[in-house]
Design a protein around this ligand. Structure first.
Ligand code: HAM
Length: 436
């Protein structure tokens, strides 16, 4: 039997309705904040991800799915190396949305120097070659936002406020959500801080794992996220970024917190929150639902250097993304369903084969009026058509027999009360609409 790839899921029926519901909630909320939808390609040049996300991150080093055509793959296998590949032949599936949106912003000059901020949102599949487990997939879905051109801490606060409102609208209670924030400094203060963490790791090298020693070389801040319990314990003594912010970053961070306090958003400051992507500067944040135990259900932050890394003019940016599958699991854990019911419909039934043509015409008439309509395609008996109607969650049945056809009318049957009445064909659409 054909099987889906491990770590991927099929979205259908209730699960699909849940994904659509999440997008509807996102559209309503984000568009009220002035965000417009964007879709970028699922494949980009590898460089787009490497520049922004960072060469040393797990996402780029280990998890990015590379893409080769069959013909190119054959050539590569023959050559035994990809060193002869041109930049435009080095492709990857997007592991996240920010780098692609920023690439598009640079390519289409979304934010001309001094222009108004550009606010974009997306709902897309992402691909990461991670080891599949509960809440960790190889193809998963994110809803995310990116705002380019706004350095003001009010934008950081607005993004976080909007994110928390999004969770509320999906059915979480504020007390079920745990929001962590931090400031990671900027190009002015982070290099010195990074150096002091590197030195700290070297000073404790006997107690750290091999991976952390490698990280110390390329990106020492990653050690705060080490899966090894012992390393994490040692890192508790490492210098904290919040003690090493320059004045500008400290003022920016204080202002973000002030706005969050004013908006009544509760948060915990976590000076070890470094996130898994290198492009962040200043504010970073992450949300989880402790009682669900599925990991972060969303995260984001500011990335004031990313547009330049993608080849554009210096432009500040901030955004976040949430994971659909983890949110679905977390909502389940707190007893909320996003699935909703299959929408109700009208079922067109006919008493015998003689009325099939009339049923065909009536079905078209109702559908052209935008009414969700089902009909029989298997020549069932009337009783079995009523059973089918129930399975389709039909609220009304339009019944056509010889008398109805002769009178150019239809019998309208309420599937709950079983009341029925004859309706002239030219009033059918109106009467169905009234009762749906
Ligand atoms: P991220 O923290 O890597 O950030 O991912 C955001 C969310 O996507 C996570 O909190 C989680 O809910 C979900 N997620 C990530 N990986 C997986 C996976 N393998 N399986 C299931 N769900 C997953 C970003 O992607 C940034 N681009 C967010 C951002 C936007 N920052 C600024 N703008």
């Amino acid at each position: 039997m054909a099987q889906r790839v491990q770590g991927t899921e099929d979205l259908y029926d209730g699960y699909m309705r849940a994904w659509q519901h999440m997008q509807d909630v996102a559209r309503d909320l984000f568009e009220s904040y002035g965000f417009n939808m964007i879709e970028t390609p699922a494949i980009e040049q590898v460089g787009t991800f490497v520049h922004g996300i960072g060469e040393s991150t797990d996402v780029v080093r280990k998890e990015m799915f590379r893409v080769f055509s069959g013909a190119l793959m054959e050539r590569l296998l023959e050559a035994g190396s990809e060193s002869g590949l041109k930049t435009k032949q080095r492709l990857a599936m997007r592991p996240e949305g920010t780098a692609g949106v920023v690439r598009a912003a640079v390519e289409h000059n979304f934010v001309p120097q001094g222009g108004a901020p550009k606010k974009l949102w997306y709902a897309e599949a992402m691909f990461r070659g991670e080891r599949p487990q509960k809440g960790r997939l190889r193809q998963f879905h994110q809803v995310g936002v990116e705002c380019l051109g706004a350095p003001d801490p009010a934008m950081d606060a607005e993004c976080i406020i909007m994110l928390m409102e999004f969770y509320k609208r999906l059915g979480f209670k504020p007390e079920q959500l745990h929001l962590c924030i931090n400031s990671m400094g900027d190009a002015k203060c982070r290099p010195a801080y990074r150096e002091s963490v590197r030195q700290y790791i070297y000073d404790h090298k006997d107690q750290m794992c091999e991976d952390c020693l490698e990280r110390a070389e390329i990106n020492p801040l990653r050690s705060f996220d080490c899966k090894n319990e012992h390393c994490r314990e040692v890192m508790k003594g490492a210098p904290l970024v919040t003690d090493n912010l320059c004045d500008d970053c400290a003022v920016h961070y204080a202002q973000v917190k002030k706005y969050l306090d004013e908006a009544g958003i509760s948060y915990e400051e976590d000076p070890t929150l470094v996130r898994g992507l290198d492009y962040y500067t200043r504010t970073v944040f992450e949300v989880d639902v402790p009682q669900a135990g599925v990991g972060a259900i969303g995260g984001g932050g500011r990335y004031d250097g990313l547009v330049e890394l993608e080849g554009g003019k210096p432009t500040p940016g901030i955004g976040f993304a949430v994971g659909f599958e983890r949110i679905a699991l977390a909502l389940q854990a707190v007893g909320v369903s996003m699935e909703g019911e299959e929408p109700g419909c009208v079922y067109v039934a006919s008493t015998s084969a003689d009325e099939r043509d009339a049923a065909f015409r009536t079905t078209l008439l109702l559908r052209q009026a935008g009414i969700r309509t089902e009909a029989d395609y298997q020549g069932r008996s009337l009783k079995s058509q009523f059973k089918q109607a129930d399975k389709h969650n039909a609220r009304l049945c339009v019944v056509l027999g010889p008398d109805e056809v002769a009178a150019n009318a239809a019998t309208l049957r309420d599937m709950n009360t079983h009341e029925q009445a004859q309706v002239p064909m030219d009033q059918l659409v109106e009467r169905v609409r009234e009762r749906l």
